[in-house]
Design a protein around this ligand. Sequence first.
Ligand SMILES: Cc1cc2nc3c(=O)[nH]c(=O)nc-3n(C[C@H](O)[C@H](O)[C@H](O)COP(=O)(O)OP(=O)(O)OC[C@H]3O[C@@H](n4cnc5c(N)ncnc54)[C@H](O)[C@@H]3O)c2cc1C
Length: 802
Amino acid sequence: METSARVVVIGGGVVGCSVLYHLAKNGWSDVMLLERQELTSGSSWHAAGGLFTVVRPNAAAEMHRYTFQIYKELEKESGQPCGFHLTGGLNVCRTQDEIDSNLMMQSACRRLGIEGHFISLKEVQEKAPILDTSHMIGAFWEEEGGHVDPASATQAFAAAARQLGATVHRHTPVTATTQRPDGTWDVVTDKGTIHAEYLVNAAGLWGREVGRLAGIELPLMPVEHHYLVTETIPMIENLEFELPQINDNETGCYARQEGKGVLLGAYEDTCIHWAKDGTPQDFGHELLPNDLSRMEWNFNKSVEIMPCLGEAGVKRVINGPMIFSPDLSPLIGPHPALRNYFCANGVMAGFNQGAGIGRVLSEWIIGGEPELDIFNWDIARFGDWADTSYTEATTKYFYEKRSEKVFPHQEFDVGRPINKPQIYERLAQAGGVFGSSFGGEHPNWFASQPGQSDSLTYRQPNWWGPVADEGKRIRNELGLMEFSAMAKFEISGPGAETWLDFIVTNLLPKLGRITLSPMLSPKGRVIGDFSIARVAHDRFMVLGADYMQLSFMRHFNQYLPKSGVSVKNLSNDLAGLHICGPNAQALISRLADRDMDTTSFKFMSADKMRIGSIDNIMVFRISFTGECGYEMYLPRNRQAELFDILRNEGSDLGLGLVGTRSLMHTRLEKSFAAWGLELSSDYTALDCNMMAHVKPEKGDFIGRNAVLNYSPQQEKFVTFTVDIGDCVIWGDEAIFFKEKPIGYVTSGGWGPVTEKHIALGYINIESYNKNNDYFIEIMGKMRLAKLSTRPLYDPMGHRMRK
Ligand SMILES: Cc1cc2nc3c(=O)[nH]c(=O)nc-3n(C[C@H](O)[C@H](O)[C@H](O)COP(=O)(O)OP(=O)(O)OC[C@H]3O[C@@H](n4cnc5c(N)ncnc54)[C@H](O)[C@@H]3O)c2cc1C
């Protein structure tokens, strides 16, 4: 056996074989896959092989679509049939909520050019005569639906990879992985040790065990999953075409034609974990004992729409294990704690996502970064807080709730609270309705009665009015917000200035001042957006989106010199409070131990100061609402003291508690872009209008060459007001000009002062003209959208500077 390879992929399921194929296809043929038994010895051999492309979010849809489209090409390249059936897919709608959910999907699909539309119940019967439509009120058709033969598709990836020069060693279990000081890996097997530059953990059901070989604990938990295959059904035997893939989301069921019968799979209403403490090493091409009674509810619901199932004999029952992450989405990308170690784990739908994962990981390994924003699947979205009990609780919950809708802005209670701010009880007593971010709790809004929670709807929710009132308070008086959900880094040392200057694009601030700066990838994509304060000559405090903190640290560590610079992640050590509104300055002036008027501590200043009885509070004068605002950061155990001081002293200034949703709505009136919505690695600094914060003239920084070679701008960041009745804008809706989709919404909400629905988004630059009539497709209807060429509120920004 070879003793070295550029990349060693551990695991020969569909995901590992696809990663190997994509690495070889993208030019790295010195790559090797090690499989402990035969290929497909985990979940891959017994999958149902169903394919669908209409999913959210967009990056996931792009991954599904890419995977779907590759099978034909792969058959040709490998000479190995994949058993690919292009049948189309049909989403059954039994309720108005399911219609609404598919209407949102329909609009979102246009961005990617994925074909999905509603069909009549008559068409349903033409496409799927086994369906009784009396339990349906609608159906959504996706052109790109079907199925593959799982074992053949996996073998096809491996065969095509071999033809491109990759090697595959079966019956070669990996027993140890050790890292050398230079970051390369020794991969130990009973046939010898392979020295590799990069390692990919694609060990599927054994992802945890292979992770432990390198000292990491991955948040993964296996579950059991059933499907059955019926005997021949006469109605199907007589059909001259193949049935589509049928998805009945409200019952957690999927079905397709298998031979002349039906394959019916179910997310059973009780989730059973399997091998919680570790996947047995001797498990392979086996199945788990089946228990059809667990599928009873799903089966009976399926008989309602497919009565022929009630008459059919059952030929085969499969109960197989698959392994999930806490939110059931894949865990991919470089592990934040290890150099040159890539994860390709927790893949729930490998035959829909496997090729996409292979593509993204090959881009990441070979090119240093993925070509699209895949954060929703990035392993860095989970911190240590996603421990075993959290993973066990969430995988159970999301498996069992598979048949329930996911509503816009929905917060899930499962596994929470993990990390409560010190003032949690005070906020709860005041009616705080909490959301969570990276394991931390913060109020989204305040209800008039304690115990109220978000209404779940695709239309206007119960928090709409209260959030608008909180926005008005911010505009007219004074809001107090729990503000710990920020990534907070202290960067210090004799080399701090030079290093940070290379990491970010803007000029670094002078002492006591704040600068806004994007952080770019080498290819010029926006991978961070920071507020940077210089707090001493050689010390900076950097704030960014809190849920990106491990992703930021991963990037920082990649460039950190051996000495001279220290980067401390203080996100969890420091709590935050934020006051915002025209009376904010009056309040802080009463409490601070220094002058806080506009000339002494002007907009974009930062310093440590005493507030009330508390020393050394880090205060940023900054604004995301468009009003005068101060963010205050201090040790977590002093937050309650500061909160009480602010609340007492602010009572005669109209101070009221406000949640993060009012922050997100007020910033819409200012056209302020938010991380994860308008800003992400899908964009360059030019795309998202950040060039004022990019200074190529300052000297070298990461992404500078890309900036100098940016191709001309394709899309323009825009603000619209929209007339939409009882609907709301959630993001991802398609924007039309002259009946053609020319852009998409990134976020939407209600402007508290303008009293209008506001949408932010991107449109093709050639369609940009203030006199054009635009339309946004919301809940299946085209709504007139009025372009605003400048922020709707205080366009010159006087109020936040006052
Ligand atoms: C009943 C059922 C139905 C399903 N239906 C569908 C469907 O319709 N559509 C769909 O897209 N997905 C479906 N899935 C999910 C799909 O099967 C998985 O997403 C996919 O198989 C995961 O592939 P993988 O490569 O990540 O892992 P696995 O298939 O588990 O492969 C991992 C491989 O790693 C090897 N390995 C482990 N440890 C080592 C080691 N130390 N050294 C070397 N090799 C090692 C194993 O032997 C194994 O071959 C279904 C799953 C089940 C259980």
